[in-house]
Design a protein around this ligand. Structure first.
Ligand SMILES: [Zn+2]
Length: 312
């Protein structure tokens, strides 16, 4: 029976999921790795993959697709661009996996796009041919499915929703070097940044935060009546709604799927976000739904496996 493997490729480990052809996750295996640019590391990964399939009594011949998601640009043809955060020789790595799984098709995909594809396959976007996923984590990622197809684009920048300009008047720089990107306001670290700014402006004593991306504490402060937290989350929703309305004018999604760590507080901001979106977007697109993601951290594994399946 046909099976698939979906692999999250990270800087210090890979996490592989074994899937049945209809999208059931059968098992997960993590393998710590060094730089993925040499035969020794490739052999380690392959050994882990074989261990994973053997522990579920799946033959090598049954693996028909292996998908790999990476934290960086991958164009619509599956070519991996420059990766800032991990060391990977994509060609040599895929050759090593192909040699170990000769019956499998291999596919690379950007990690945020993989999460969107995963949600399209068996998560919050299943059955939808037009939807946009927005991942609110340390940064803001995204994936766009239009007419049932993922839009990766010419250089792999398709779906870089975090870098839509929502505030041209911003003076601080985004990580991308530009100013006024959505990521500066609606990521976990953006929420914390806005909160600290407002605390300073209002003379409010800031809460003790567990790091620069601890948006959870800011949401807790909101519940406790903090004016700074209220303004920060207001602005986070306002800028997110602007980006969503721009996206609606381009791809007109039926639903927006919101994922990433910040979605843990979805119930707190969903109403406000919905109101702001409807107030900003083109009239016919006001009916787009806004829903939370369903697959959590495993969405990328699902999506990379699904990406490989689409090549069959
Ligand atoms: Zn940016």
């Amino acid at each position: 029976m046909a099976h698939l493997i979906g692999i999250d490729v990270g800087g210090t480990s890979i996490k592989a999921g074994l899937f049945s052809g209809d999208g059931k996750l059968l098992g997960v295996k993590s393998v710590p790795t060094g730089a993925l640019d040499n035969a020794e590391e490739f052999a380690k990964v392959n050994a882990g993959l074989h261990e994973l399939i053997e522990s579920h009594n799946v033959d090598v011949a049954d693996i028909v697709g292996v998908g790999l998601d990476v934290p960086g640009p991958v164009d619509s043809l599956g070519n991996v661009g420059m990766l800032a955060n991990i060391k990977l020789d994509a060609t040599a790595f895929s050759d090593a996996i192909k040699a170990s799984f000769p019956g499998a098709r291999l596919a690379f995909i950007n990690d945020a796009n993989a999460a969107a594809l995963g949600e399209a396959w068996v998560g919050a976007g299943r059955g939808q041919t037009d939807f946009v996923m927005i991942t609110l984590g340390t940064g803001v990622g995204g994936g766009i499915i239009s007419g049932g197809r993922l839009i990766a684009g010419h250089v792999g920048a398709g779906g870089e929703i975090g870098h839509i300009t929502v505030n041209p008047g911003e003076t601080e720089h985004c990580g991308c070097g530009r100013r006024g990107c959505l990521e500066q306001y609606s990521s976990a670290s953006g929420i914390v940044r806005l909160y600290k700014q407002e605390c300073a402006r209002l003379g409010e004593e800031p809460a003790e935060l567990k790091g620069p991306s601890d948006s959870y504490t800011v949401f807790q402060r909101l519940a406790a009546g903090s004016a700074a937290a209220e303004i920060a989350i207001n602005r986070m929703c306002e800028y997110l709604a602007i980006a969503m309305s721009q996206l609606s004018a381009v791809v007109d999604p039926a639903i927006f799927v919101i994922g990433g760590g910040v979605v843990g507080s979805f119930d707190v901001f969903k109403e406000q976000l919905g109101e702001k979106y409807r107030a900003t977007t083109l009239l016919p697109t006001r009916c787009s739904m806004i829903v939370p993601a369903e697959l959590g951290n495993e969405a990328g594994m699902y999506g990379s496996a699904y990406c490989a399946m689409q090549l069959l």
